[in-house]
Design a protein around this ligand. Structure first.
Ligand SMILES: [Zn+2]
Length: 386
């Protein structure tokens, strides 16, 4: 939603009817739920990176925008009044004032997010923390374009918002196909129907496709060589003759012929077994490394990186390093800035994870997307306003 305001010295009360409409008509239609309470409304007004929806309250924002406009344009107004025709350093001063205003408003948003956090019901606090993780909100920060597959249909969008705020999606069954009572936690982890594997494969295949652009010899599900007497330190090390990892590629970390192996794991950050979150990231990373790292180092003479994700789009440290490196390689190949490619990459991953999470909830009924021929990254970024 984009709104344009004409900033004037009028009373902010004039915008109260608009805010009333946003709260009582727009948000319920968008979210498919009843009118939000005051706390939820304040939450939705926060930027998406702070866990909100970026639907600001016009009656508040308009006065901030007005004082910014007065401050930023004071120099120009002075020149006009005194009828001076040389701009001097007026434009530079405007740029500085504008950036000062942006950093001040960023600080204010952070403060109101912190205040609001204490007012939220406990059930929503952890979901807002997850929504604030880097990578969890990129799907909300681009234009919903069907041509680039950055879009959800109505129910899927409402499901995605329900997952974001840990609400029960509408019209869900009372029990799962496996017999267990239906909860989001259960639906995201239940193996019935094979949805967690589909979710894993989505991320694996997206990563493989991108790696193929910048590395040689990229393979999905590469077999590891069978062991022939090598001793592996950990009890949980994989000693299977048919052991496979998710992806292998040459030259990813720098040396052209060096082989690297990658394995994806996606865990549900709301499950009680994954609390607290920072320990869960470490535990999943450690489990993967104990399972494969020594074997990959010593038998394959290669490197191993576990790619740990949460279902909501957060990434472990090693995965963050991996995708930063991938964004660097892609940005060099496509002559785009690193920041643009990283934002695009996070957006692709967050759509991929969300689509799969919705599939876990809705099952095969949810036809979420059809394959779309990919436009160049620069076109996607420009058209989706990333
Ligand atoms: Zn189940």
């Amino acid at each position: 939603m984009e709104l344009f305001f004409r900033v004037s010295s009028c009373s902010t009360d004039l915008f109260l009817p608009l805010e009333h409409f946003v709260k009582s008509v727009f948000l319920p239609s968008l979210l498919g739920r009843t009118v939000p309470g005051d706390v939820e409304r304040k939450l939705f007004a926060l930027p998406v990176r702070l866990g909100g929806l970026g639907v600001f309250d016009p009656s508040i924002v308009v006065s901030q925008q007005r004082s910014c406009s007065v401050e930023v344009n004071a120099g120009l107004v002075g020149l006009i009044i005194s009828q001076v025709h040389q701009l001097g350093d007026c434009l530079d001063a405007q740029v500085q004032l504008r950036s000062k205003f942006h950093s001040r408003s960023h600080q204010e948003q952070l403060q109101s997010a912190n205040h609001l956090f204490d007012e939220l019901p406990p059930s929503m606090r952890s979901s807002v923390m997850l929504a604030q993780e880097e990578g969890a909100s990129n799907w909300l920060s681009c234009l919903p374009l069907k041509s680039h597959n950055f879009v959800f249909h109505k129910t899927a969008f409402r499901d995605a918002i329900a997952l974001r705020y840990h609400w029960l999606p509408s019209a869900c069954p009372t029990s799962c196909a496996c017999g267990h009572s239906f909860t989001i936690e259960h639906a995201l982890s239940c193996p019935k129907g094979g949805f967690p594997s589909l979710r894993h494969n989505e991320v694996r295949d997206l990563t493989t496709n991108l790696l193929s652009e910048v590395c040689n010899n990229v393979v999905t599900e590469p077999h590891l060589q069978p062991l022939s007497g090598e001793t592996l330190q950990y009890k949980t090390a994989n000693r299977d003759d048919n052991a496979r990892l998710d992806i292998a590629a040459n030259g990813f970390w720098g040396r052209r012929f060096e082989r690297s192996y990658f394995d994806v794991r996606i865990f549900n950050p709301s499950a009680p077994s994954n609390q607290p979150l920072h320990s869960a990231y470490r535990r999943h990373d450690k489990e993967k490394r104990r399972e494969y790292q020594q074997r990959v180092h010593e038998v394959e003479n290669a490197s191993f990186t576990p790619l740990i994700f949460t279902t909501t789009g957060g990434m472990g440290d090693a995965a963050t390093q991996f995708y930063k490196r991938l964004a660097n390689l892609l940005s060099a190949k496509h002559s785009l800035s690193y920041g643009i490619v990283m934002g695009w990459l996070r957006c692709k991953l967050s759509f991929s994870l969300l689509r799969s999470a919705i599939m876990c909830i809705r099952g095969a009924r949810s036809s979420l997307c059809c394959p779309i021929a990919e436009a160049p990254i620069a076109v996607q970024v420009a058209e989706a306003h990333m």
